[in-house]
Each structure stands twice: as structure tokens, then as C-alpha cells.
Design a protein around this ligand. Structure first.
Ligand code: EPZ
Length: 441
């Protein structure tokens, strides 16, 4: 498995062009299942999760075409199966998003339960409950969700989410666009990625109002048509690079950034002492002349502080002045990066869903292991801050959500390079000549 080797201690200074949003691209690519004409998606990031989603669409029978400039065209005019298998779903939880589109267009769907992941149990009960409220018969058999609906198709319904769920909102939004009648999604997710999906569905002929608020109203239509949609930039990638510059007391300029998508993160960075300037093409952060101050935060659904930026801010607080608390309210197990940071010298104690952090003057490089996507980003930032070398293992996590991270950081002066790993099945000749398999990391 590949590793990342980071030599820390030098402030970042440079410019980064943001990629398209992973969490907007995934539902938008899957929305292509809703119509028989091609959907063209632009500004698609080059990520492992996107490759997985396209593999799944191809498995279902969609024709997938890559063009040169980050554009993908998906034509779901002639699918040959309505079953999303475990082998693909287990590698990317967002595969659950095919359930709503397949069911509403074809009247049936069979999707493997995604199962839990490192950060939490990640149930999909709200997705299933909403589809049942729209008239679907849904059963769980042998680890698969089996859903079907009568000849009339799904019926519009009033659906109240008792927990704000991003992909739950997206799944039911896609189910509703072809349902009969009006669907009202209440306590809906307000994330910019949900709004981007709604914009794409409207371009395809969907009738949707209220996206971006907690009440989304959908009037079902008979059919959607093809469209061309450009994905928004990735606000979590943006926040990660801003934090990298802030934690290393450097400067960075991000082009393609939409400040409306990152209000609360920018607010927290200002509170931490960062000098921010925003212009129509992007944002610049400068931390070269100010002492970073630790900030308290609590994660929450948008427009609250994003849980996907929690790990990065824990790192920032760990090397800022003063003490702080970071409380995680969205997922039940999203502090695994803390144990690795402690090994690098961070002064952090966990009390339930809160991290109590005392800023230290510096961290020391170490061998660390990534456990999930955003924890791995946090460890890269820790390596940039720490004195000496940090070797990060299991970086397949980071490749799921960050497009060319070592290239973009190197452009800003970071010393970071990828160490190709041994393929899992290869053997390494030992000194005695016998061959041994590398330890499975
Ligand atoms: C989306 O996950 C994102 N993924 C996550 O980003 C993000 O962390 C999360 O939203 C929260 O913002 C994509 O968009 C592909 P949820 P999602 O459903 O939709 C509970 C990343 O790093 N819940 O909003 O799976 C759930 O347990 C990833 O890019 C139910 O109880 O998250 C959690 O506590 C990680 N029942 C809370 O809701 C359900 O049916 C929020 O989860 C669904 C969710």
C-alpha cells in the first residue's frame, strides 16, 4: 500500500486551484439513472470514490464516457440490471444513492446495505422509511435492500426527517422527481451539495423548490431529459488547504472558491487570527504575522460547522495558543485522528464526544496510520506542522476524497511525496533468501 512521506516545519506559501466537490459529484452522476438521455457532468474531480461510482453505473449498464477536460457523460438509456452488488457498495457508502433513482424510474431496485464504517454505524433507516412513505415495499434480505412499487409508481408524500441526513435528502429528492404528485421533504439537509444536485435535476426537467432550506417541495413529472451540469467546487478541500496554511503559519490562495459555502469555517479562521481576503475568483489566507489562537467549535448540519472539517481543526487547535474544545455531534466515532496526534506530541483528551485540547509549541514527526478520509487529511496537516519526517500509512483513504493532494501541497512549498507500496500479494526476499510476504498493513 502506498504511503505519504512528509517533511514538516515549513510554512506553506502558494496557490491552489480547487477541484469539483466529491459530495456533489456523487449524487449528480447517479442522477443520470433518472433519465434515458445522456447527462454531461463538468468539473468532475479525479478521485477514487468517483471512479467507484462510475464503475457502479457501468455495472448497471450505463454507458460512461470521459472527455478531456474533467467532463464525464453518463447515458443510462439501456440499463441491464437494477442490482447494486455488495462488492461495489462496500467500497463506497454513497452507492446507496442509486436506490431512489432506480426505484422511481423502473419500479424496483436491489441495493446492498452499505454497512457501517470507521466513523460510525451510518444507518440508512431514514432513506428506507421515506421510500415506504412514498408507497414502496421495502424488505431487507441477506444484506440487501429489496424495494419495489406497483405499476403506478411512487406517490408524493410529506416526509419529515427526524435527523438531518445529507444522502437521505438526496435519495428521496431523486425518488420524488418522478413520483406521482407532490412530495415535501421537511427537516431536509441544506448542504450546498444538495442544492447543486437540485440545480442539476431542475436542468433535467425536475420541478423542485426550496433546495437549500429545510423544506424542499417536489412536483413529480413524467420523465426527465438529458442536461449538462458543472459541479460546484469542493468546500471541504478548500477548508483543508486553508487549515494547512493556517497551521503552518503560512499563506495560501484558493481559486474557484465560493465563500457562501464556507461561511462558518471562514468565521472560525478569522477568530483564530487569520487574515482573509475574498475576491470574485477566490480567497486568500495569511497567517504569517499572527499567532494562531485556538477556537472552540461544535459540529452541526449546514450552515453549522461541518463535521468533515472537524479533524483538521483539531490539528490546528493542537498547535495554536491556548486551550479549546471540539465537540462532534454528527457521527459517534470521529476522533480516531486524536490517538495518532497524541503520538506526535499533541495534548488532547477525549471526554465523550468532546476533545479537550491544550495547544503545544510543536509536534514531532512519526509513523502514523490513516483511518478514514478526513482523519487522513488531518495527519497530512500534522506532518506539515511537525518537526522531522512523518510517514502516513493507508493513504487509500485520502485518495478517496482529495484530488492530487501531494501535488497541490508541493506547489505551495510542502515537502511531501508518495512512497509506492508493495502490492498486497508480492513477496520480499529476506536476507536468508527465503521469501516472506509483507505484513498486511
Ligand atoms: C454525507 O454523508 C457526506 N457524504 C459525509 O461526508 C458527511 O460527513 C455527512 O453527509 C454529514 O455532513 C456524502 O455526501 C457522500 P448523513 P451521509 O446521512 O449522508 C444519521 C466525507 O468525508 N443517519 O448526513 O452518509 C447518521 O448516522 C463524508 O466526505 C441516520 O440515523 O451522512 C449520522 O449520525 C464522510 N439514519 C447523521 O444522520 C439515516 O438513514 C448524519 O448522517 C441516515 C443518517
Amino acid at each position: 500500500m502506498d504511503k505519504l512521506l512528509v517533511n514538516g516545519g515549513c510554512p506553506l506559501d502558494g496557490e491552489v486551484q480547487l477541484s469539483g466537490s466529491k459530495n456533489a459529484t456523487l449524487p449528480i452522476l447517479i442522477a443520470s439513472l433518472l433519465c434515458a438521455e445522456p447527462l454531461q457532468v463538468r468539473n468532475v474531480p479525479h478521485l477514487r470514490d468517483i471512479t467507484t461510482a462510475l464503475k457502479l453505473l457501468g455495472h448497471l449498464g450505463a454507458r460512461v464516457e470521459f472527455n478531456e477536460d474533467l467532463t464525464v457523460e453518463v447515458d443510462s438509456g439501456d440499463l441491464h440490471t437494477l442490482r447494486a452488488p455488495y462488492e461495489l457498495v462496500k467500497t463506497m457508502r454513497a452507492s446507496i444513492l442509486v436506490l431512489g433513482p432506480l426505484l422511481t424510474r423502473f419500479g424496483e431496485a436491489e441495493v446492498s446495505l452499505p454497512g457501517g464504517c470507521a466513523i460510525g454505524s451510518r444507518p440508512v433507516d431514514l432513506h428506507i422509511r421515506g421510500l415506504r412513505e412514498m408507497g414502496a415495499q421495502v424488505s431487507i434480505e441477506n444484506g440487501y435492500i429489496k424495494a419495489s412499487v406497483g405499476r403506478g409508481g411512487l406517490n408524493g408524500a410529506r416526509i419529515l426527517f427526524d435527523t438531518v441526513t445529507v444522502t437521505g435528502t438526496e435519495n428521496l429528492l431523486m425518488a420524488a422527481v418522478l413520483a406521482r404528485g407532490i412530495t415535501v421533504l421537511e427537516n431536509a439537509a441544506r448542504e450546498p451539495e444538495v442544492v447543486d444536485l437540485a440545480r442539476c435535476l431542475i436542468a433535467m426537467g425536475g420541478a423542485i423548490e426550496g433546495a437549500g432550506t429545510d423544506v424542499i417541495t417536489v412536483t413529480g413529472v413524467d420523465a426527465l431529459h438529458g442536461a449538462c451540469h458543472t459541479v460546484i467546487s469542493d468546500r471541504i478541500e478548500a477548508g483543508t488547504y486553508l487549515l494547512a496554511a493556517a497551521a503552518t503559519r503560512g499563506r495560501i490562495r484558493l481559486t474557484g472558491y465560493d465563500p457562501q459555502h464556507g461561511d462558518v469555517v471562514l468565521e472560525k479562521l478569522r477568530e483564530a487570527g487569520a487574515i482573509l481576503s475574498i475576491d470574485p475568483r477566490g480567497v486568500t489566507l495569511d497567517m504569517r504575522k499572527t499567532q494562531p489562537q485556538a477556537v472552540n467549535l461544535t459540529t452541526a448540519p449546514f450552515p453549522g460547522f461541518p463535521t468533515d472539517m472537524q479533524a483538521q481543526f483539531v490539528l490546528f487547535n493542537a498547535v495554536a495558543n491556548g486551550s479549546s474544545t471540539v465537540t462532534e455531534t454528527v457521527f459517534e466515532n470521529r476522533f480516531m485522528h486524536v490517538h495518532e496526534l497524541q503520538r506526535m506530541g499533541a495534548d488532547i483528551h477525549l471526554r465523550g464526544n468532546t476533545a479537550l485540547i491544550q495547544g503545544v509549541t510543536g509536534l514531532s514527526g512519526a509513523q502514523v496510520m490513516a483511518t478514514d478520509l478526513r482523519a487522513s487529511a488531518c495527519l497530512v496537516l500534522a506532518g506539515l506542522v511537525a518537526e522531522g519526517e512523518t510517514m502516513i500509512d493507508r493513504i487509500y483513504h485520502i485518495d478517496r476524497g482529495y484530488d492530487r493532494i501531494e501535488e497541490k501541497l508541493s506547489q505551495c512549498g510542502a515537502s511531501i511525496r508518495r512512497i509506492p507500496g508493495w502490492p498486497a500479494t508480492s513477496v520480499i526476499p529476506s536476507r536468508e533468501g527465503a521469501s516472506v510476504s509483507p505484513l498486511q498493513s
